[in-house]
Design a protein around this ligand. Structure first.
Ligand code: PMP
Length: 451
């Protein structure tokens, strides 16, 4: 059917190759050209509105076209749009680094910048490896990861992740890693608490560290929620045990908070819930309020010191990206952090999260819902073929796509991961909008599971 969207769709499909997409799907379901965004809403050229329940791939925190972030970016634009960060610096990156050092777990005082999440993971992986080489342990060069984890799409990040769908084809290109069963609580025994399950699962990690510490540079985890792996969640006790074990075995801990950072799990950083300080903290997505591409890897003075030497010793971290620490992105990040402070966002989110959890849990009785789980502002609903046995729907049936299509018709952008319908909304969402989002999800799940 023709609409004001049609000319954009035609032009798009002639030249744009979309991310994470089988382009043939667009024969059935064309991409939606977005003309503008306001708050939690997107609007297309035909005037249809979509509630952005997934924060535009988990990046947006304070709504689209947020006046305060807009003003900060505009003001920065009048001063400086971009400058090389090697040999030069600028106030936005200095101030942002100061602010992040004050907010992150104590001891993470050094910020190394990149411009997307995957690149931050590459930086952390390379830095950890390089640190061990600089301190005379070049044998420590392997990485320990969790099953079902996701850390990005570039080759190093893909290698340390474990979502088969994204990884399998490229396996011949990837470094070999040590995979350890995830503490994900979906698989816990009936009656077991999250803490009991996550604690029990730690035995696998302890064993792997015992076997591989001599050759392991770091363990990399997504703290508390494995997002791309289907919003699978685990208890903070796992992170406490992991921190202690990494210390005992002299292995770094890399916390990939690219998705869960900046309040998604209820605290500014997920690691806070276990009171742990990783050796590397990877941040992106919500770092700029979801405005502009920016990422950072935060680390400690001792790690920084291992790279600080005479140039000719070649101990420096000679890694760079053209747009490292872009001033516009740093200005957006500072404005976003100011909103957290001024609006007491984490406190306000508690009421929103309680409402979201309450409404979503109404779906627990649905015959094709195995679990409704929540961690702060993230809620996930696991659709299954059979509730009693938890037998999953085969992925080929693409049940989540039915939910996606239905939600679009009802004006909500939900983008299930496989059979998992989830909500990760911007923090400007209202209780009424949460109601709409959950009602539409319930209808979609009903449609997707009726046959
Ligand atoms: N790590 C995690 C935990 C992520 O969720 C993502 C993105 N979904 C990435 C890394 C990669 O970030 P980017 O897409 O910006 O490369």
């Amino acid at each position: 059917m023709s609409s004001a969207n049609t000319p954009f769709v035609t032009r798009d499909l002639a030249h744009v190759w979309h991310p994470c997409t089988q382009m043939k799907d667009h024969e059935q379901l064309p991409p939606i050209p977005v003309r503008r965004g306001r708050g939690a809403w997107l609007e297309d050229y035909a005037g249809r509105r979509y509630l952005d329940a997934v924060s535009s791939w988990w990046v947006n925190l304070f709504g689209h076209a947020n006046p305060r972030i807009n003003a900060a970016v505009r003001a920065q634009l009048e001063q400086l749009e971009q400058v090389i960060l090697a040999g030069f610096t600028h106030e936005p990156v200095i101030a942002l680094s100061e602010e992040l050092a004050a907010l992150a777990p104590a001891g993470l005082t050094r910020c190394f910048y990149a411009d997307n999440g995957s690149s931050a993971v590459e930086v952390a992986v390379k830095m950890s490896f390089h640190y061990w080489r600089n301190v005379g342990r070049p044998d420590k060069r392997r990485f320990i990861t969790l099953t079902n984890s996701y850390h990005g799409e570039t080759l190093g990040a893909l290698a340390v992740g474990n979502v088969e769908l994204y990884k399998e084809i490229y396996r011949p290109l990837l470094m070999d890693v040590i995979s350890v069963p995830s503490p994900d609580c979906y698989g816990r025994a009936a009656g077991a608490t999250w803490a009991e399950h996550s604690r029990a699962q730690f035995a696998h990690m302890e064993a792997a560290l015992g076997r591989h510490a001599h050759e392991a540079a770091a363990v990399i985890v997504e703290p508390l929620v494995q997002c791309a792996g289907g919003m699978r969640m685990y208890d903070p006790v796992y992170l406490s045990l992991l921190r202690a074990a990494c210390d005992r075995h002299a292995v770094h801990l890399i916390a990939d908070e690219i998705a869960v950072g900046f309040g998604r799990t209820g605290t500014l950083f997920a690691c806070e819930q276990a009171a742990v300080r990783p050796d590397f903290l990877c941040l992106s997505k919500g770092l700029t309020g979801g405005y502009l591409p920016l990422s950072t890897v935060m680390t400690t003075e001792p790690i920084y010191a291992a790279f600080y030497d005479e140039y000719v010793k070649l101990n420096a971290f000679l890694h760079s990206h053209s747009f490292t620490g872009n001033p516009l992105a740093c200005a957006a990040a500072r404005a976003s952090l100011a909103i957290f402070r001024e609006d007491r966002t984490l406190e306000r989110n508690r009421a929103l999260a309680a409402h979201l959890g309450r409404r979503a849990r109404e779906l627990e009785d649905h015959p094709h819902v195995a679990e409704v789980r929540q961690c702060g502002m993230i809620v996930a609903i696991e659709m299954v073929r059979d509730q009693a046995s938890r037998a999953p729907y085969p992925w080929q049936e693409r049940r989540g796509l039915t939910v996606y299509r239905h939600a679009l018709e009802r004006g909500v952008l939900l983008r299930p991961v496989g059979n998992v319908v989830y909500f990760m909304p911007p923090y400007v969402i209202t209780p009424e909008e949460i109601d709409l989002m959950v009602d539409v999800a319930r209808e979609g799940i009903g449609l997707a599971t009726c046959a």
